[in-house]
Design a protein around this ligand. Structure first.
Ligand code: ATP
Ligand code: MN
Length: 472
């Protein structure tokens, strides 16, 4: 005789909410979002496990042995394990619910001290409890959308044959110029070795025997791999010690940096445009519940904006023309516009939000405001740089065609006060088999910000690092 084994499926809430699951016996785990006790002798528990925006309603009857002792004390934030059957829900607003056979409370949360009681707590307050904020609707949705964006980024490049390259986080090269980098040292700060008879720090005694920093970009190392593997991308954390306390800057943020050999600025722009459109399309189709939430609660235009961008052609605008447009705009900018200045956020936003109402790729910037490695144009005063600007966020991508000519690159370095000797290996890439090549950097958090409509970049990374703040 064979014993009848009842099959019980471990399920995530997302699955239990589907009509197809009706009739199945399931085990669900998660955290209590709300509990309502009815006088009729049962309770409704909203159970969420992070798999979706929606929670599943669990019906727990008072006949359960631990009803009085435990279930009635399973307050908001408690963790529970539910075994029961998925049934069609008679209530409106949901199609299924779970009729519990057992509800085990795994961990209680004291309602007197659990900080996430009320709805509608401010984002400022939630930043002070960054370890608990993923349990809210907003931060759960941000985590899922951020995940989808990362998946989309890898899919985009992998499906096109790009090789994912890991560039170092501790770097000896200063990609953009000093001042904005974090120093990496193992020196005892109370007793830093000096060179004999001098105040100068003796870096030779430091861990790496030289000055090292946290990377601001993996580009230079990325170029070494692109000039061997053709198309590569890096995707990792980058660091900037600049003291910019804005809603669009973090001291630690994630950057995606593709680099393409045998590619010029036009190819770079095409790649960037297709890349952004792919990310937005993927999020719209794979995170529809979360996106509806952002559209309703955070920014009523966010879905419409993304759809519009996917369908429109990005504007391509030379810097010189951008300056002319800004000068003639009649706007009262805080920073006056004039050829040669770096565009400020207010200028970028005017171009993309008011003038063109879609993404704008500004290119051919003055060489004096851009990095040494950008390819010099024949006019001798602009370089093949490009920034992709989007509404609200401003610059989301910065990139360029790189200078592949050894002599010009060496001159540019000297002009920027850099010692070509220090960059011997980077110059080797031009000495041996040089090719036109190009790439860009996409800020992951700016992308999440743009997609979700969240106003502050501190809210789209789990544990933000900004000036005077590295809690958690
Ligand atoms: P910005 O002018 O906005 O400060 P940047 O020109 O210094 O940016 P790049 O060096 O071109 O930035 O970096 C490439 C991309 O990385 C930017 O387009 C942006 O999306 C993102 N990024 C740059 N700095 C930060 C930061 N401090 N926090 C978050 N993302 C950033
Ligand atoms: Mn930039």
């Amino acid at each position: 005789m064979t014993a009848r084994v009842e099959t019980m499926k471990r399920m995530r809430v997302k699955e239990a909410l589907l009509n197809e699951s009706i009739g199945q016996k399931v085990k669900l785990t998660g955290w209590v979002r709300t509990r309502r006790d009815s006088k009729g002798g049962f309770s409704f528990i909203e159970l969420n496990d992070g798999s979706s925006m929606k929670s599943v309603q669990v019906l727990a009857e008072s006949a359960l042995p631990n009803y009085e002792s435990e279930i009635l004390n399973a307050n908001i934030g408690s963790s529970i394990e539910v075994i029961g059957e998925v049934v069609a829900s008679p209530g409106k607003g949901q199609t299924t619910e779970v009729k519990a056979e057992s509800v085990k409370v795994v961990g209680f949360a004291d309602p007197a001290t659990y900080p996430l009681q009320k709805k509608g707590t401010s984002f400022e307050f939630l930043r002070s409890i960054a370890h608990l904020r993923p349990r809210t609707n907003t931060f759960g949705a941000i985590a899922r959308v951020r995940n989808e964006i990362c998946r989309s980024i890898h899919n985009f490049f992998q499906s096109r044959g790009f090789i994912y390259v890991h560039t170092p986080i501790i770097t000896a090269s200063d990609c953009e110029g000093a001042g904005q980098m974090f120093r990496v040292t193992s020196f005892d700060l109370l007793n830093v070795p000096r060179k004999e008879g001098s105040a100068e720090i003796d870096v030779e005694q430091d861990f790496f025997g030289r000055a090292t920093h946290l990377t601001v970009s993996g580009q230079l190392e990325g170029e070494a791999y692109a000039t061997a593997l053709m198309n590569i991308y890096t995707f990792g954390p980058t660091f900037r010690a600049e003291n910019s306390n804005t809603s669009r800057h973090l001291a630690e943020f994630w950057m995606v940096e593709p680099e393409m050999a045998f590619c010029d600025l036009e190819g770079n722009m095409e790649c960037a445009e297709e890349f952004l459109k792919t990310i937005f399309t993927d999020v719209l189709s794979n995170c529809s519940d979360d996106m509806s939430f952002f559209n309703e609660r955070i920014d009523k235009t966010v879905i419409e904006t993304l759809k519009h961008i996917v369908e429109s052609d990005f504007v391509r605008l030379p810097y010189t023309e951008a300056v002319e447009i800004l000068e003639k705009s009649g706007q009262n900018f805080e920073f006056p516009v004039q050829w040669g200045i770096d565009l400020q956020s207010e200028h970028e936003r005017y171009l993309t939000e008011q003038k063109f109402k879609k993404p704008v790729i500004v290119f051919d910037y003055p060489k004096d405001i851009k990095a040494f490695y950008m390819r010099l144009n024949d006019d001798g005063r602009t370089v093949r740089a490009m920034d992709v600007l989007v509404p609200k966020v401003g610059e989301i991508i910065g990139g360029s065609q790189r200078e592949e000519r050894l002599d010009i690159l060496t001159e540019r370095m000297k002009g920027c006060g850099l010692d070509p000797e220090e960059y011997w290996w980077y110059l080797d890439l031009r000495r041996f088999g040089t090719v036109p090549h190009a790439g860009f950097g996409l800020g992951l958090e700016r992308t999440v910000q743009f997609v979700t409509g969240m106003g502050n970049i501190r809210d789209v990374i789990p544990f933000p690092r900004t000036p005077k703040s590295a809690d958690f």
